[in-house]
Design a protein around this ligand. Structure first.
Ligand code: LLP
Length: 404
């Protein structure tokens, strides 16, 4: 079955808008990390936030993947999908007492602690539960990830991590607390990085701190370099080379006895998904041509939120006049567009495919304008399986109540 035929038949069978994922592409992207890090002790912790569909988590769990979570909700998903608790790391600046307790109970691999106050809280929660919490400190290395400001996280102006100047003190304090076990160091400097340099800068700073801690008798067993490995959204861009990235990390570690942890999200699932949408109407004014499609900013908010560019293509190439269109959704906002000024040869009812929609698409969807979230389908070989049903409109307000 050709790619084109598959997408057309999937749209007919499951309706649009529809996210379509490809199992093989997910597995291949994960294997790139596994192969690049082969020969060095490592754990790939897929960043669940990129796409938390149970089928995706389960496919990765079957490969032996670890997971990077940021909430109790993500913890529950990973466990429900068969992920091993001992391979979960817990990131995020705002872990609640309840979330810490749930993660301790599950027996996760490590907490990536982001502040002094979080460290104190975690020590208290662990003590109250009579357990010892495994801890890594997330360092804010203050390096420029050279990415969009909204997805850059490793600068002093960002809320993330503990500043370099202060981190040694936090480590000393952590090491003095009986209910904490200091295991590692981590950072995450940003997302969609297509350049190796920021990684090289960050890992050098982390390793320097590992050595200084060692000198004080605080011995770490792992370095977690975060995620952020970028993909090519446009044909002019190139994705981060994972083999070179791994070389850079392995070289910086040298002969130190440190396990490498990595938290890729986008790289694993980004190119493995598309968003299928149907053209409802074509309209033109003096200035522009518009293709009004049935997917909207509630299905894919990246263009509106980050001015992100994602490829939009006709699913079938048919004999049509080509024009430059703004591809817009039905939502009542001018920011509701999937792409602007795209050359397309389309007519009403044609199918369009928005590329690179496996990451940060369905997970960031909303019910704005009381629109039901789209269905999700996984293609595995010749099979296509519904992995998330389209939401039912009545269910969208079933938890709302009128006054008596
Ligand atoms: N680890 C931590 C601690 C993170 O905060 C993130 C992403 C990752 C790993 C995974 O990063 P990745 O490998 O996917 O780049 N919604 C934005 C991206 C936000 C990323 C947030 N943190 C977008 O659509 O571009």
């Amino acid at each position: 079955m050709s790619d084109q035929k598959t997408l057309t038949s999937l749209a007919e069978e499951f309706g649009t808008p529809l996210y379509v994922y490809n199992r093989k592409a997910i597995e291949q992207a994960w294997q790139e990390f596994a192969q690049a890090l082969e020969g060095h002790r490592h754990l790939i912790c897929y960043a669940v936030k990129a796409n938390s569909n149970l089928a995706i988590l389960n496919i990765l769990a079957r490969l032996g993947s670890g997971f990077d979570i940021v909430s109790e909700g993500e913890l529950k998903r990973v466990l429900a999908a068969g992920g091993e608790p001992g391979k979960i790391v817990f990131s995020g600046v705002g872990k609640s007492t309840r979330e810490m307790a749930a993660a301790l109970e599950a027996g996760i691999r490590c907490f990536n602690v982001e502040s002094d106050s979080e460290l104190e809280r975690l020590a208290e929660v662990a003590a109250a539960h009579g357990v010892v919490a495994p801890v890594s400190l997330r360092i804010n290395p203050d390096v420029d990830a050279m990415t969009h400001p909204y997805i850059s996280t490793g600068l002093k102006e960002n809320k993330f991590g503990i500043g370099m100047a202060h981190a040694m003190d936090t480590y000393r304090r952590g090491a003095s607390l009986a209910s904490l076990n200091i295991k590692g160091i981590d950072c995450h400097i940003g997302s969609q990085l297509t350049n190796l340099e920021p990684y090289a800068d960050a890992i050098a700073l982390l390793i320097d701190m590992v050595d200084r801690l060692d000198g004080e008798g605080i011995h770490l067993s792992h370095v977690d370099i975060g995620g952020g490995q970028g993909i090519a959204y446009t044909s002019e861009e190139s994705h981060l080379n994972i083999a070179s990235w791994a070389d850079c990390v392995v070289q910086a570690i040298g002969d130190r006895d440190l396990e490498i942890l990595v938290e890729p999200g986008r790289y694993i699932v980004g190119q493995a998904g598309v968003l299928l949408t149907r053209v409802e109407y074509l309209k033109s004014n003096e200035d522009r041509h518009f293709a009004v499609v049935d997917a909207a900013m509630n299905d894919l908010i990246r263009p509106a939120l980050y001015s992100a560019w994602q490829g939009i293509e006709e699913v079938e190439t048919l004999e049509r006049e080509s024009k430059i269109y703004d591809v817009v959704g039905p939502i009542c906002e001018s920011a509701d567009f999937l792409g602007k000024q795209r050359e397309l040869a389309i007519a009403q009812n044609d199918l369009l495919c928005v590329r690179s929609s496996g990451a940060y698409a369905s997970v960031m969807s909303s019910n704005y304008n009381t629109r039901a979230r789209a269905a999700e389908v996984m293609v595995s070989g010749d099979d296509a399986t519904l992995v998330r049903a389209r939401e039912d409109i009545d269910a969208l307000f079933a938890n709302e109540f009128m006054l008596p």
